[in-house]
Design a protein around this ligand. Structure first.
Ligand SMILES: C[S@@+](CC[C@H](N)C(=O)[O-])C[C@H]1O[C@@H](n2cnc3c(N)ncnc32)[C@H](O)[C@@H]1O
Length: 196
């Protein structure tokens, strides 16, 4: 599929603008984990030109597709990495995880949030956008969607209350949690900061 068409379709499904409004406008470094084809990062880089944005993604083909679209002198870069064994020699002002967590086995969630906490600067912001398990019809719709996209039956949805608790138990203070209205998808976002 042509990348621009993919961006268009992905933007219809995922309300990127509702996520971006939580990303500070000032200069800083942002890490997007599970960046896929980079759609969110490309949109964000235009809306937040002062940010330096790094996307990490475990699927090499997706990373290559994203890197092929990066313009010279851009504020964007993409790297192939699995968050479960990722390390960096710097700390980030903002970390985003969009529809990542429900693709990662539950046994790894705790370790991932501990790692994200280490990767953030003090008072840095974490934005998690994921899918709720209610109402049932939206849950089922999203499950079918994820099955078609991944050809896997293994999905690990974390309801928003559970996600908030998990984050608070792992060094984050919740700023707010909200549903993002959509007819078919039960999107929610948790915005939190690393506790001091
Ligand atoms: C549903 S896609 C979302 C992509 C992108 N965040 C977006 O919103 O368009 C989830 C992505 O997370 C990636 N992913 C899953 N597990 C990962 C891991 N352990 N480390 C890095 N990326 C991972 C998948 O390969 C996939 O590209």
């Amino acid at each position: 599929m042509h990348p621009k068409l993919y961006d268009r379709l992905r933007s219809i499904i995922c309300p990127f603008e509702k996520i971006i409004e939580n990303v500070p406008k000032k200069a800083g470094e942002l890490l997007d984990i599970g960046s896929g084809y980079g759609t969110f990062c490309f949109i964000l880089s235009k809306e937040r030109p002062k940010l330096k944005i790094t996307g990490i993604e475990k699927d090499k083909k997706r990373v290559n597709a994203a890197n092929n679209r990066v313009a010279a002198n851009s504020n964007l870069n993409f790297a192939c990495a699995d968050i479960t064994c990722f390390s960096a020699n710097k700390r980030y002002d903002v970390i985003t995880c969009l529809d990542l967590i429900h693709h990662i086995p539950k046994k790894d969630h705790l370790a991932i949030f501990k790692k994200i906490n280490e990767l953030l600067k003090e008072n840095g912001r974490l934005i998690v956008k994921d899918m709720n398990d209610k109402p049932l019809y939206k849950y089922l719709w999203n499950y079918v969607h994820d099955f078609i996209m991944t050809r896997s039956l293994e999905m690990y949805y974390v309801p928003k209350e559970e996600m908030t608790k998990l984050l608070e138990e792992n060094g984050f203070v919740t700023e707010f949690v909200k549903n993002i209205p959509n007819l078919l998808y039960a999107h929610y976002v948790v915005v939190c900061k690393k506790s001091g």
